[in-house]
Design a protein. Sequence first.
Length: 436
Amino acid sequence: MLKVTLFLAALLAAALASEAPQDQFIVHEWGTYTSMQGSDGVGQPGLHHGEEPMPEFVHSRADGFKGNYATQRRGLKGILPPGNLYVANHPECGWCKSVDFDPTAGSETEVTQKLETPVLYFYSPRELDVTVDVAFPQGVVTEVYPNMVDYSPAFRHLESLSNGTAKWKVHVLPRKDRLPVPPVPKDHIWTHSRQVTANQVTFGGEVEELIFYRGVGRFQAELQVTSTSRQMTIKNTLAESVSAVFVLESDGEKGYIRALGALPGRQSISTPIKGSTLGDELIDMELFVTRCTVLLEAALLEAGLYPLEAHAMVGTWTRSYFRTPGVRVLYVSPQKWANRLLPTTVSPKPDDFVRVLVGRVEVMLSDVEHVVAQQLRELPADAEYNAVKEYLNIKVDVPSMLRFGDAKLRRAAQIAKLSNAMMVNIEKYILLELNE
């Protein structure tokens, strides 16, 4: 433990000495994108649900990026059972705060990937005006700060999750100039992303240490994760090598991480598991988090981030990556993947543009999905909705699946091969109960 603590101290001490050159225009980006795969390695729909609340100053598609979460007094769409999906101002629709379309499974706008917290940092020896154009061929941008000057598809004219764009025109302040930024609570995840030495940016009276954006997409992850009762196999489906792959398990109180190393293109790596768990002896949560932090920050540094940026990214996602119960795979994507996923142009052209995205695959192991499937089969065929709801909440314990309850319940239902009548009740439950 002492060695780990000393490593972290040394890492932070070195940060100021290894940041951006003072005479170059440098842009760095980090972010993550998330999917949920069952034992067959197929990404499931239902990934539009949120996990970490955004600050009230963030703008979203829900009102066409006109206001922000603090000023939304909508006209937003809400949810009702199948056949009549939307009603204005539904009081319990969390995801309605960020989107202006129907993201539920089976539609052209179903969500299989959540693009989370890409942030752009600017390092410049002088102030300048910068234009940033981001394309998202397989998705759309849903939340931003500062605000944009243009985006597509247009508000309430989205027919498929494709051909998204976002355009910013920001003023990059001199490195030493510091203006007040919107306040957030000290324990909010947003605070971590600000702990860097980048230039501040401004647009329309908005000030921040970065450009933030977020989105949803409809595509399969580059890494396919399959499982049996005894083995998990991770396959790299593309040609480029992945520099670092990690498998993690957390029960909320303890955890374990396996560093599997690099994964060459078109290759697979297998690791043993024991039924519904990895099979490792879980260690104390704080030691687990420290180990994860050391390993992931080292991988991010190797990929090109500055030490403070790597620390900011891991700090942002510590609760979600490490403390949230579940089994997951994390991998550091090569920059070519980031360029394909999110083609981006910065003008004037920077002397260097480093992009580091971490892919996250939430895994529903084979034994777990079959247990849930069997529980679904035991539902009486003629059960009314209220009985189904109570059963799913208590017996299946869907609420413990958190933001992935939608995707995991759908995967188990696929295996269970439920009747059409029961699937109507399952869909109704997802729409009415799993709406964060």
